[in-house]
Design a protein around this ligand. Structure first.
Ligand code: AMP
Ligand code: MG
Length: 344
């Protein structure tokens, strides 16, 4: 199959992409978070193609992308008032809500769950495609399963050229990490995945937020969890990644002591001079965490190379968007973290 590369700037693009979605084809769509691998979320056969193209486990659910909060009730039931308040506050934007699913949503889309994740992305062209298609677009990140997510059309083509009908090129994604996911189906709202909408922003609206343990620790592969996707290996380049925490100087001393040829260092721009001779790659500025979230997946993809033995990575500290960056980097490192301050 020849994969069409459609420009988001071209007025024809939403019509072509929407028609492909209606026909049950796969179309990669730009969003403010990452590129999604989209299909008609109500068509089981179309959705099955997403799992096949990505090599994604069947029990790992997808997010339904809708073009406004008025569509929530079409696919969800027993929607609490707070869901509408969150939508009003953060949509269009990087917030996904988990709600009870209506029967029209195939279990293939929800990974077999009775709940469905919904989100309204902050990309006008993508919302127009959803509107014209007349169906919600189910989409996970457009990477191959387990690999770092896709934040440019080039990343999507690298993983799926010739296997999908089209990619809509909307340039590099602004946020760069996937949406924040909050589960509203239990007594208390629960954060399942941190993202561009921060825990602090959510708590300000919700007054309460439980952080799921999958956010902060490795989940056993046999564990029964709320969202099966939380237990799979994620975002990982080919080689092992070790996060080195601690001050700039102590971390650099630790890494330089352990560095051997064939290793790489993933660091902040401010730290590049400390790693001369260690083949460093900067993913953004520590002083501006948005550059770190925007640059993380491109950098992890560049480091996805079997010739590299080991990556030493520096991770931002603190809350806000840094919390989401920490989560992705810790998962890429399979929670392998050394504290340079504790090393003698
Ligand atoms: P991706 O963004 O590629 O990881 O795919 C969507 C993610 O949304 C999944 O990995 C799940 O973590 C999450 N998700 C989707 N649907 C649900 C659901 N019904 N309940 C909980 N989490 C979900
Ligand atoms: Mg993903």
């Amino acid at each position: 199959m020849k994969t069409l590369r459609l420009s988001a700037l071209d007025a024809e693009t939403p019509f072509i992409a929407a028609e492909l979605i209606r026909r049950g084809e796969l179309v990669a769509i730009p969003t403010e978070t990452v590129y999604g691998l989209g299909a008609n979320g109500l068509d089981e056969t179309a959705v099955a193609k997403i799992f096949e193209a990505k090599g994604r486990p069947q029990d790992n659910p997808l997010i339904l992308h809708i073009c406004g909060s008025e569509q929530m009730a079409l696919f969800c039931h027993d929607i609490p008032e707070i869901a509408y308040t969150l939508a009003e506050t953060f949509w269009p934007g990087p917030l996904t809500m988990v709600l009870p699913a209506r029967d029209c949503v195939p279990r293939r889309t929800t990974g077999g769950l009775s709940t469905v994740a919904v989100r309204c992305p902050d990309n006008a062209v993508t919302r127009e495609i959803i509107r014209l298609a007349g169906v919600p677009i189910a989409a996970p990140s457009a990477n191959l399963s387990g690999k770092p997510s896709t934040t440019t059309a080039e990343h999507v083509l690298h993983d799926h050229d010739g296997k999908i009908a089209a990619v809509v090129d909307g340039g590099a994604c602004r946020v760069g990490v996937e949406s924040t996911i909050v589960d509203l189906t239990e007594d208390r709202p629960r954060l399942l995945r941190p993202g561009g909408i921060t825990p602090e922003q959510l708590t300000a609206v919700l007054g309460d937020l439980v952080i799921d343990k999958a956010v902060t620790a490795q989940i056993d592969k046999d564990a029964v969890v709320k969202a099966p996707g939380m237990k799979y290996r994620h975002y990982a380049p080919a080689e092992p990644v070790t996060i080195v925490s601690g001050s700039r100087e102590k971390a650099a001393a630790y890494i330089r002591r352990h560095f051997t040829p064939g290793d790489r260092v993933l660091c902040f721009e401010e730290e590049l001079p400390l790693y001369a001779g260690c083949n460093p790659l900067a993913y953004g500025r520590e002083a501006d965490v948005n550059t770190l979230s925007a640059g993380l997946f491109s950098a992890l993809r560049e480091l996805d190379d079997p010739k590299i033995h080991q990556v030493y990575a520096r991770c931002p500290v603190g809350g806000g968007v840094a919390y989401a960056v920490q989560n992705r980097l810790k998962k890429a490192a399979a929670f392998h973290i050394v504290d340079a301050e504790a090393e003698v």
